[in-house]
Write a protein of this length. Structure first.
Length: 337
């Protein structure tokens, strides 16, 4: 582990022509120069694939992988198979990074001898809004070397985001095809498994290293689809089983995260007060409701759970119809995403 190692930056690309050049430029502008940039065109139909080729021609550190559309996880996995670096970073193609993003995270990893370094979150911004980021690596911010179980706890209570893009990974921690294909919420399904492989994680308390674009067509803001419910149930079931087995002291924490995930997805199902969910999604609603009932008591009595989840858990005891009305009201008001 040295500060001169090659870092592979993997950028999955799908129909982001309006944002891709800004993202690419931010990666090219890194103060840490020993990088390779892997643009993975995931079957784009808006000209993003052609733009990838054009951008790669501007920097000999960049390569393009063209593939059929398979989703974010499939694109990340494909990029990883081409990566030559000892370190891996994932940057979403509609976001951009500080010029010192790689330098700071790699420096943190080397300084602490950690195989993963991370920032807690990025800086969210909307189209048209400025998003100033850190310009130099002389950051006077806290650097913590946290044991993996503490990182798991922070992620489960959503004090540390599970996004794959907030981190720098030693390649060996990722293995082959770490992201599940065919599911939504793939980061939640995978990052906890990666964290378990290491003893410690270096956490840099600086959000100004990554600009995270809030888009109106994001998965969270899209209308409900069956795959959302299926993904939430599968992930919540596996997450709860794994964490409660590996870290028994985190059983309440994982209950909180499973409840939060299923509550968020449940709130997206079309619902008519006193009549219930849309017939098309009635089975999804019932299955999500069973998971919510399973975890509501643990969330309600857990003083570490977020207040919004404890309130939702209390409302859940009033029944499915009341809970749905509460969730839909909060969603319309922009609360409790």
């Amino acid at each position: 582990m040295t500060s001169g190692d090659l870092v592979s930056v993997i950028v999955p690309v799908y129909n982001v022509k309006d944002y891709l050049e800004e993202c690419f430029a931010s990666v090219c502008a890194q103060t840490y120069g020993n990088v390779e940039i892997i643009l993975v065109d995931d079957g784009s139909t808006d000209g993003s694939g052609e733009l990838c080729d054009e951008l790669a021609s501007r920097d000999d550190r960049a390569v393009v992988v063209h593939k059929d559309n398979g989703g974010l996880s499939d694109a990340r996995n494909a990029g990883l198979r081409f990566a030559r670096g000892n370190w891996i970073s994932f940057v979403d193609s509609d976001d951009y990074i500080s010029p010192v993003f790689i330098e700071v995270l790699l420096g943190a990893a080397v300084k602490t001898s950690c195989e993963i370094s991370a920032v807690p979150f990025g800086t969210p911004f909307k189209d048209g809004e400025p998003c100033p980021l850190a310009e130099n690596a002389d950051l006077h911010v806290a650097l913590k070397c946290l044991p993996s179980d503490a990182v798991q706890r922070l992620m489960l209570y959503q004090a540390l985001d599970t996004g794959a893009q907030w981190r720098l990974y030693s390649k060996k921690t990722l293995g082959a095809d770490p992201f599940p294909v065919g599911l939504y919420y793939e980061d939640l399904a995978s990052i906890y498994k990666i964290i378990r492989k290491v003893d410690y994680v270096a956490v840099v308390e600086c959000r100004a290293l990554y600009a995270y674009r809030l888009r109106g067509d994001s998965i969270i803001r899209q209308g409900y689809k069956h795959i959302k419910g299926e993904s939430a149930i599968r992930i919540a079931t596996e997450l709860y089983s794994d964490i409660s087995t590996w870290y028994p002291s985190l059983t309440c924490a994982v209950a909180s995260r499973c409840f939060s995930l299923c509550r968020m997805v449940f709130a997206q199902i079309p619902w008519v007060f006193s009549k219930g969910p849309s017939c098309e999604f009635a089975n999804d609603s019932e299955m999500l409701w069973e998971v919510l009932k399973m975890h509501r008591k643990a969330v309600l009595i857990d003083p570490r759970a977020r207040k919004r989840e404890r309130l939702a858990a209390a409302i859940a005891y009033l029944g499915q119809d009341a809970f749905a009305s509460f969730c839909h009201l909060c969603r319309r008001l922009g609360k409790m995403q």
